[in-house]
Each structure stands twice: as C-alpha cells, then as structure tokens.
Design a protein around this ligand. Structure first.
Ligand code: MV4
Length: 446
C-alpha cells in the first residue's frame, strides 16, 4: 500500500500532486531546492527535505539525493510530475531498484518513447498512423535524398534523441537537404550526444492534437479523448482545449480507439499522451509523452476523472476506477498558462508577487502555487499558474474564461494574462479556427 508519496517536483504541479495525495489519505514529502524554501507545496506537505542549491542540475535533477530523501522519510513511492526526471528511464529504474514505487510508466516504455525513431516504429507496429518518412534513421546525405525523393518535398529532418521541437530542419530541395542533414546531425550530436536523424514529410499547416490514455496493470486501457494544443509559441503551449473544435464525435471515437488498442498492445502502464499532427482530416503520430502533462486538467474537466489519483492507484496495483464506456465527455474546457513573462516579448519576469487575486465562481479552476508575498525564483520555468474553465458548450466556456481573466489579479511581476485577454477577443480563437502557426502569425502581425 502506498501510504507516503515523495513529490519530486516544484511549483503548481507539486501542489497538484499533494492535493491528490491528501484526498486519498496519503502523506506527502516535498523535496525542494534552497530557492524553494517558501514554496506552497513545501508549506503544505507533511514533511520536506532540502535537496540542494537552486540550479535544477544540483537539486531537482539529482537522482540519488531524491532517492535518499525518500529513504530518510520512509516514503513508499515517488511522483515525478512533468519535466525534470519525469521521462528519465534510468531514474525510474533506480527508484524500483531501491524498493520504491515509481508513479509512472515502466522504464522500458519511457526508453522506447525517448528514441523518436523507435517510438515511431513501435507505433507503426501497433497500427497507429504516422507521418510518411524514412524507414528508420538516415545516416548519409545520399540516403536522405533517396528518402526525400520517395516522400516528396518539403521534408523535415528530426533528431532521434530530440522531441518537443528541438533539432528540426525543413528542406524544400535536394540542395537544402544537403545542408539541413549535415547541420541537423552536428546539432543533434552537440545537444543530445547522438547524431541519429530521420526524415518526414513536412506538414505545412497542421493542428497539434493529442490523445490522453491511461492503463492499469490488469490489462484495462482507456483513452480520455483529445486535447487541442495548437496555440503555442516556440514549442511552448500557451492555451489548450478539450475537445478539439476540429473533430466530430466519430473522428474522436476512431482515433481514441486506435490509440487505446496500441497502448494495450505495448503493455503500457499508467498515464500517457500520444501526440499527433492533424491535417485535412488525417492524424499522423509524432511522439508519445510518458508523463503527466501540464495541460492534464482540461481532460479532467470534461471527464470528471482525477488523473493524478488514477496514476497513484495504478502504481499501487489497483484497477482503473472506470471503464471506457464510463468515460464521459461533458461540455468544453480551456486552459490558459499564466507565465511570469512580458505578454509580448515573453522575457521572464521573476520577483515578488505583491497582489494575488484568484478568479472564482462556477466551473473555474486555478492550479497555482503562487500567493501574495511569494517571490518567483529566477532559476526555473516561468509558469505561475494555469487557469482552467469549463462550460457546457465551447461558447459558454469562452465567455466564462473571459470573465475569469478579467477577475484575476497578479501584481508585482509581468504576466501573460493580458495576452490571454487579447486572444479571447480574436475571431479565429472564438471560432476555434487555428493551426500550430496561428499564434506566431498573430504576434508577428501585431
Ligand atoms: C512536424 C511538423 C510538421 N511536419 N512534423 C514540433 C514539435 C515536435 N513534437 C514535432 N513538431 C513538428 N513536427 C512534420 N512531419 C511540425 C512540427 C511543429 C509543431 C508541432 C506541434 C506543435 C507545435 C509545432 C510548432 C512548430 C512545428
């Protein structure tokens, strides 16, 4: 039985995990850096352990320090949250080797999905549609040209060890491809210590639609519908919604079923997300995330399922508390990521939050560990909270989100609240008519 969970993360997600634990009668241990002594999750946790100096490399990424903290406090399990060690197969293995439960997938699945070429092959084998591309990696310029000839230009060169948009190069001609392959390999080697690259057809104007899945150790697998995460800047999501305005119910039943069957075939355990590009009515798998995602609350709002609670139950050997038929899709949810950044330049704005007024009212959720008097440290990402709103229809959701954004006050630092207020007045956003490049076009035109 899991009776005490160590939370190997910080900020709003550490608080989110703490909340799920408390509602299950589970004790919590917060680990924190020297910069996070006054963090909300540290204050609320039953116990806390300082694991090092402010830089993540010396604290939140220190595997042995975190495992030592679990042993000292007698924690049974470790929840990694997102980022940091959440998709580190070696850490998941270490946790298991120390007789602790890793609240997440098996190390083998984390490892496969970390290699984007292996991930794509696993998905092809499991019957998931993928972007047309090279058969595995391309070692040489001539192999790349051969693949590009078959696929047709434009093509995209991606690093096998990349993901999340790092190390990609577009090529529209053989000539461009020569340079692109060479630079992609050099950059991949420098960034990831692995120069393996592969090639895909470059889709010009897709949406980014991802499917949430969750499975237990008893062979039960459910998909929890999709999230549309197309509104992003430099691979940082800004706004996410569920369901996607681009899909009808038959399409979402179809893709959900394909994903659930693939996950079942892999024997994947826990929560995960399959990322797709969606263009002209077709889905193309690109990557799978083997962690809890930042935007998981939009799925929670439309299904009524507490994903973190289910993760903990699954890690404890319990069955999913619902079947696929019981997974509801009620209304619509949108999440705005509120960052301590200038709303146009996106330059981080750390410092003291002097005023903090959360919005409230029906179907409004604020996942934030911020409070008036809290000093945002400069060492980590700039997310200070997520505002998630639910409505019975998309229009009701948009109107409620505008209202909530008007109520919310964060003083003392710059925030992206004004960007969200602006976005919610744009016709394309109101109509749900956008692709992955929409936000960058909007910011450039402005
Ligand atoms: C693509 C693509 C177009 N065609 N693959 C970027 C993040 C990484 N997960 C995959 N990415 C892309 N892959 C093909 N074949 C365009 C992107 C892409 C993107 C994808 C999702 C969300 C935002 C994006 C922004 C720019 C490019």
């Amino acid at each position: 039985m899991i009776e005490k969970v160590l939370i190997a993360n910080r900020g709003e997600i550490a608080l989110r995990i703490h909340r799920a634990c408390k509602e299950m009668g589970i004790a919590t241990v917060a680990v924190h850096s020297e910069a996070d002594r006054y963090a909300m999750a540290v204050r609320l946790a039953d116990e806390s352990v300082c694991i090092g100096p402010p830089p993540s490399a010396q604290s939140y990424l220190k595997k042995s320090q975190i495992i030592a903290a679990a042993e000292i406090t007698g924690a049974d399990a470790i929840h990694p949250g997102y980022g940091f060690l959440s998709e580190n197969a070696q850490f998941a293995e270490m946790v298991g080797a120390h007789g602790l439960v890793f609240i997440g997938p098996k190390p083998e699945h984390i490892r496969i999905m970390g290699d984007k070429i292996a991930a794509k092959q696993a998905m092809i084998d499991a019957g998931v549609p993928v972007v047309p591309g090279s058969d595995g990696g391309v070692e040489t310029v001539s192999a790349a040209k051969k693949a590009a000839k078959k696929i047709g230009y434009p093509v995209l060169i991606k690093a096998a060890a990349g993901g999340g948009g790092r190390g990609m190069k577009v090529a529209r001609t053989d000539k461009e491809l020569e340079n692109a392959v060479r630079t992609a390999k050099t950059e991949a080697k420098a960034a990831f210590g692995d120069d393996a690259v592969y090639i895909e057809k470059y889709l010009e104007r897709p949406r980014h639609i991802e499917i949430q899945v969750i499975s237990d150790a008893h062979g039960n697998v459910c998909h929890l519908w999709e999230r549309d995460c197309s509104i992003q800047r430099r691979h940082q999501k800004v706004f996410e919604e569920a369901p996607s305005p681009a899909l009808n119910q038959a399409q979402r039943d179809d893709i959900g079923m394909i994903v659930a069957r693939a996950v079942e075939k892999m024997g994947y355990l826990g929560a995960g997300t399959m990322e797709f590009l969606y263009e002209d009515g077709q889905f193309y798998f690109i990557e799978m995330n083997t962690r809890l995602q930042v935007e998981h609350p939009v799925t929670e709002m439309i299904t009524g399922i507490d994903i973190v609670r289910e993760q903990i139950r699954i890690a404890d050997g319990a069955k999913l508390s619902f079947s696929q038929d019981e997974v509801m899709l009620v209304g619509h949810a949108i999440e705005c990521r509120i960052n301590a950044e200038n709303p146009r330049s996106f330059v981080p704005s750390p410092g003291m939050i002097t005023d903090f007024h959360p919005p409230g009212g029906p179907d409004v959720r604020l996942d934030s560990a911020a409070y008036a008097g809290y000093r945002i440290p400069p060492h980590y990402d700039s997310l200070i909270g997520k505002l998630i709103v639910h409505g019975r229809t998309r229009n009701e959701c948009v109107m409620r989100l505008r209202r909530a954004l008007q109520e919310m006050v964060v003083g003392g630092v710059e925030t992206t609240l004004d960007l969200h207020r602006d976005l919610l007045e744009q016709k394309d956003i109101i109509d749900g008519d956008y692709d992955i490049h929409w936000l960058e076009r909007f910011l450039a035109d402005d």
